[in-house]
Design a protein around this ligand. Structure first.
Ligand SMILES: Nc1nc2c(c(=O)[nH]1)N[C@H]1C(S)=C(S)[C@@H](COP(=O)(O)O)O[C@H]1N2
Ligand SMILES: [Mo]
Length: 197
């Protein structure tokens, strides 16, 4: 029987779906802990560590260029969702407002609710990464990380922090929530970097 919700990639999809993944027909919600309910009025993104400390508001993000993205989303729990449509702000556009010290090489993503995940500065600071506030043309729902989440589609989904509210710039790698619990520190899906050992 063909799986209804999680299918083997078709021939056309094969080169887009990393090894060990199945194609999700739905789009599962994956959250550890409770969904955060944050309004756009109260939402803030704070920058600290090896960067000039600054706090950004919703309006600050709306004033930046808005871009559209179509991405594939790969969760380490072995489902991939293809062609997800988002609107948001490119990390490279946002980073023009941030003064990073030259010694910064890693970033800790922080979220409302206490979730954290680590990423190298090189994996973070890319024009294909973005802060998303719109999903398939609708305001990003709270269970998806609304009002604002990060999307880093070249790494497993746990690097795409929902309800993002902080970026801490670091001179060394520190481990985030899942990374402390045995997930790989980088999480590149084509190399199947699922676990730390
Ligand atoms: N704050 C926060 N962000 C998070 C998570 C979480 O538990 N808390 N789960 C991660 C995981 S494991 C995945 S696969 C994606 C899931 O995003 P989705 O719920 O929109 O599918 O969010 C990531 N971001
Ligand atoms: Mo995930």
């Amino acid at each position: 029987m063909v799986g209804k919700y999680f299918q083997k990639p078709s021939t056309e999809e094969e080169n887009r779906v990393p090894p060990g993944q199945r194609v999700a027909k739905g789009f599962p919600v994956l959250t550890y802990g409770p969904t955060q309910q944050i309004s756009t009025d109260e939402w803030q993104l704070r920058v600290w560590g090896l960067a000039t400390a600054k706090t950004f508001s919703w309006q600050d993000f709306m004033a930046l260029p808005q871009s559209h993205f179509t991405t594939d989303f790969h969760c380490v729990t072995r489902w991939s969702k293809l062609d997800v449509k988002w609107t948001g702000v490119k990390v490279t556009d946002f980073m023009q407002l941030v003064e990073v010290e030259p010694t910064a090489v890693h970033v800790m993503e922080h979220s409302y609710g206490g979730y954290t995940t680590n990423i190298s500065l090189e994996d973070f600071w890319r024009s294909e990464n973005f802060f998303a506030h719109t999903l398939f043309g609708e305001p990003l729902p709270s269970e998806r990380g609304g009002p604002m989440r990060l999307v880093v589609s070249h790494l497993y989904g746990w690097k795409s922090a929902k309800w993002i509210n902080g970026l801490e710039f670091l001179d060394r790698e520190q481990l985030g929530f899942w990374e402390q619990n045995g997930y790989h520190s980088r999480g590149e899906p084509w190399a199947e970097e699922r676990y730390s050992s």
